[in-house]
Design a protein around this ligand. Structure first.
Ligand code: IFM
Length: 435
């Protein structure tokens, strides 16, 4: 059973989250680097792509009904850059029309629109021009954000520049798991800096246009040593610096962490230090995405000299360990070490769980959500200013390199018929929020 709504302060925002490429379908959008990445054999577990996804482009009214009917206060969504600017530069009014209707649909249903400008579908034309490796991306990204803001900003409750810069930069350019699928320390290091430069440039441009309630969404993952050895401790510290410190430190004006600069520093663009002030723009809130922890062991190979090992805890469908206390730890650590009194939102938390014969049966997910809501409350009890919790995801959807196998949704999607069926977890939220 989920905790009760009254366990959280009045005004605490409960929401459900999605992203454009994972649910919309790409009809009448420009090509993005995800389309070419997905079209390359071996990149996606089931060789699928986002061309149809959940057909949210057409079915969005019923999807928003599901958000409202569950009793959520807010809906977190993203705008596809490739739909709004198919060539990455020129605004396509039809693309903005879609988001205009979508935001009106949220407002009509009493839902607060929580916008994320970029959740990973970089227009192919910009990718061909170096993408996140090219410093020019910062100005292009600010133009995209201000174009979206000019059309829908008047009805937006809150806007994040980027979702999960670690994924945009490291997972995609060093580990090669996401578009553009590179495994290149030089490319990754440049992306690690440019993604932050793009954020700062966009925030400055949006503020000049009068935008308010601006933030960014970072993902955090507990990095534990695989054993008691000093070498394992060092491997975990290095991974923690790359994953959990690089972005938040720069954003809060604390500089990049030394343990990550050791390997990334030699590849950063010239005079990167001069960008740090622009990167550290004042923010109105920070979004925290939390899912799991990983164990790290020393690896004799190249920097970061670390290898990931599977841990002993119960796991989700994607083999991610379930460790709710990690969410309390990150929320308290952030407030203590980095963000002070800045309001925090849990902008993503959820679990992948395969569908059984009864697609509505997901009691393990209900338990997962209950534990993470309690973990959020525990951080609040320790004085952390957490303002909301968004479940990932409203719908089963396209899980990037994993294709359509993992199911994160509160609502089951039949990918043949596109039928939506609320699961037990959707009903649990309904009882909690409307009960
Ligand atoms: O599906 C993703 C989402 O796009 C970003 N955060 C993590 C989710 C689960 O992997």
């Amino acid at each position: 059973m989920l905790p009760s709504r009254s366990d959280f302060p009045a005004g605490f925002t409960f929401g459900a989250a999605t992203s454009a490429y994972q649910i919309e379908g790409t009809a009448v959008a420009g090509l993005s680097h995800w389309d070419s990445f997905a079209a390359t054999p071996g990149n996606i577990a089931d060789d699928s792509d986002g061309s149809r996804a959940c057909d949210h482009l057409n079915l969005w009214p019923q999807d928003l009904d599901l958000v409202r009917d569950a009793g959520f206060d807010a809906y977190r969504f993203s705008t596809s850059w490739a739909r709004v600017m198919p060539d990455g530069l020129t605004v396509n009014p039809d693309g903005l029309d879609f988001y205009d209707r979508l935001v009106d649909g949220m407002v009509e249903r009493g839902l607060k629109p929580f916008l994320t400008f970029y959740h990973w579908e970089l227009p192919a034309a910009l990718a061909a021009n170096g993408g996140w490796q090219n410093r020019d991306i910062a100005a292009r990204f600010a133009d995209f954000c201000t174009a979206v803001h000019a059309r829908i900003g008047d009805r937006i409750a809150s806007a994040a520049t980027l979702n999960e810069p670690w994924c945009i930069a490291w997972l995609s350019h060093f580990l090669g798991h996401h578009a553009p699928g590179l495994r290149d320390i030089h490319a990754a290091s440049r992306a690690m800096h440019h993604v932050l430069l793009a954020h700062g440039t966009a925030i400055r441009a949006l503020r000049a246009e009068g935008a308010t309630s601006l933030g960014i969404v970072l993902n955090f993952e507990t990095c534990h040593p695989a054993d008691d050895s000093p070498a394992a401790a060092r491997a975990a510290e290095t991974q923690d610096a790359i994953y959990n410190q690089w972005f938040i430190r720069a954003l809060m004006g604390q500089g990049y962490p030394d343990a990550a600069l050791e390997g990334i520093g030699p590849h950063l663009p010239d005079r990167w230090q001069a960008d740090m002030e622009l990167i550290a723009q004042p923010l109105d809130w920070l979004g925290v995405n939390y899912y799991t922890r990983k164990l790290h062991a020393p690896d004799p190979g190249l920097w970061p000299h670390a290898a990931e090992l599977s841990g002993p805890l119960p796991k989700t469908q994607m083999d991610w360990e379930i460790r709710p206390e990690g969410l309390t730890e990150f929320l308290t650590r952030l407030a203590r070490d980095h963000t002070g009194n800045l309001p925090l939102y849990v902008t993503e938390n959820g679990m992948a769980l395969g569908a059984g014969p009864d697609v509505t049966q997901d009691d393990r997910r209900v338990e997962f959500i209950a534990d993470h809501l309690r973990a959020t409350r525990a951080a609040m009890d320790q004085g952390v200013d957490v303002r909301g919790f968004f479940y990932w995801s409203l719908l089963d959807n396209y899980e990037w390199g994993w294709g359509y196998g993992p199911r994160f949704g509160l609502v089951h999607v039949d990918y043949d018929t596109m039928a939506r069926t609320p699961k037990a977890s959707w009903h649990a939220f309904h009882r909690m929020l409307r009960g």
